[in-house]
Design a protein around this ligand. Structure first.
Ligand code: NAP
Length: 351
């Protein structure tokens, strides 16, 4: 296991985080406390120190299980949690992005985790009504109160993250250290705005669902396979059958060349997309130790440029506006007065 820095902070986190969405069974799928303990032990033995959790995962069971597992050596582990969805209750007061929901949520998380602080506290997803400024000030307060060490933003549109990063920078307050995005061969739209943003601002980028919820392991082609996809879980959005079949075909070829599994190649592809200056940290989802062991091996795989190009091609999406327009030679000629080819470009995009 290697370690990366969380954004511009000095916090050293393992190059692959362990997702704890599978810790518990309240959602009708996942793993028992004993199975979660096995996953935890295997991951820690492999050198892992970074746990991704949320108040709502398995309606609070994930935090409770994780709290029991870290209790022996709390300060050694990097523990993160998130607020916004509440803990399974259909509550107006305990959900959303407001400061009220945030303050109630951090107290509940610390209680379930049996901890005095979390290392990273995340706003989980936008509630579409609370301003970025309110969220940012609340997160800063939580750090000032010693209940969190660092802050992050998950599933927000890039323009809102950009505002938060800039506001924190101008005010000289707690910076945004990390973002969470979905990225995989099955879902590549985050490449358009989030990757250049992470690179320009030096944000750590946690990648969730690197296997598209399990689809990219290839196992769901067999009709009788048991897994969370046919237990009501799985990715938020199914990918189209044709595209999926073609991606799995190329994954299978590359896996054969590397002597690896499809899941390992899918995760290795995600890691290969890391832009210079932004640490990419896949959040590994696993229900069994066999799956976790398989997935951790991906960290050792180096794909050739040619293999990456083949995977890129079969999973390609249209870059969209304004990226397609700006990629045109005619535009480059226009905005550089005909000198585009002689300009030495900066190593990372300029914000
Ligand atoms: N910020 C957010 O909004 C957000 C959203 C989603 C997830 N997350 C985080 O990201 C973590 C991972 O997400 P995810 O679970 O969707 O990741 P994923 O890697 O796309 O899917 C993991 C699932 O695929 C199956 N699987 C895993 N490894 C496998 C292997 N080697 N071979 C065959 N099947 C395998 C397992 O399910 P089955 O065996 O049951 O099929 C496992 O639960 C979560 O635990 C959570 O911490 C964050």
């Amino acid at each position: 296991m290697r370690y990366k820095l969380l954004g511009r902070s000095g916090l050293r986190v393992s190059e692959a985080a362990l997702g704890t969405g599978t810790f518990g069974t309240a959602w009708g799928w996942g793993c028992t406390r004993e199975e979660a303990a096995e996953l935890f032990a295997f991951y820690v033995e492999a050198g892992g120190n970074f746990f991704d959790c949320a108040d709502g995962y398995q309606n609070g069971e994930a935090e409770t299980i994780l709290g029991g597992l870290i209790a022996g050596d709390r300060d050694e582990y990097v523990v993160s949690s998130k607020y916004t969805s509440g803990v399974g209750a259909r509550s107006l007061g305990k959900t959303g992005n407001s400061r009220k929901a945030m303050m109630a949520s951090i107290e509940g998380s610390l209680r379930r985790l049996k901890a005095e602080y979390v290392d990273i506290y995340w706003v989980h997803m936008p509630d579409l009504v609370t301003s970025t400024d309110e969220i940012l000030r609340g997160l800063e307060n939580i750090v000032a109160q010693g209940k969190a060490r660092y802050i992050g933003i998950s599933d927000f549109p890039a323009w809102r993250i950009s505002r938060a990063v800039t506001m924190a920078e101008l005010r000289g307050t707690e910076p945004i250290s990390a973002i969470q995005i979905e990225l995989s061969l099955a879902e590549r739209s985050a490449e358009r705005e989030f990757l250049p943003m992470a690179q320009a601002y030096g944000l750590a980028t946690l990648i969730w669902s690197p296997l598209g919820g399990g689809i990219l392991s290839g196992k769901y082609r067999a009709k009788d396979v048991k897994g969370r996809l046919n237990q009501g879980g799985g990715p938020i959005r199914q990918i189209e059958q044709d595209r999926e079949a073609k991606i799995l075909e190329v994954l299978e070829l590359v896996a054969g060349e590397q002597g690896a599994t499809l899941a390992q190649i899918a995760i290795a592809w995600v890691c290969a997309k890391e832009p210079v200056g932004a640490s990419f940290i896949p959040v590994l989802g696993a229900r069994t130790v066999a799956q976790l062991s398989d997935n951790l091996e991906a960290m050792k795989i180096v794909l050739s440029d040619e293999q990456i190009a083949r995977l890129d091609k079969v999973s390609a999406i249209a870059p969209g506006f304004p990226h397609e327009l700006m990629a045109r030679d005619q535009m480059k000629d226009l905005h550089s007065g005909g000198h585009w080819d002689s300009i030495v470009l900066p190593s990372s995009p300029r914000a």
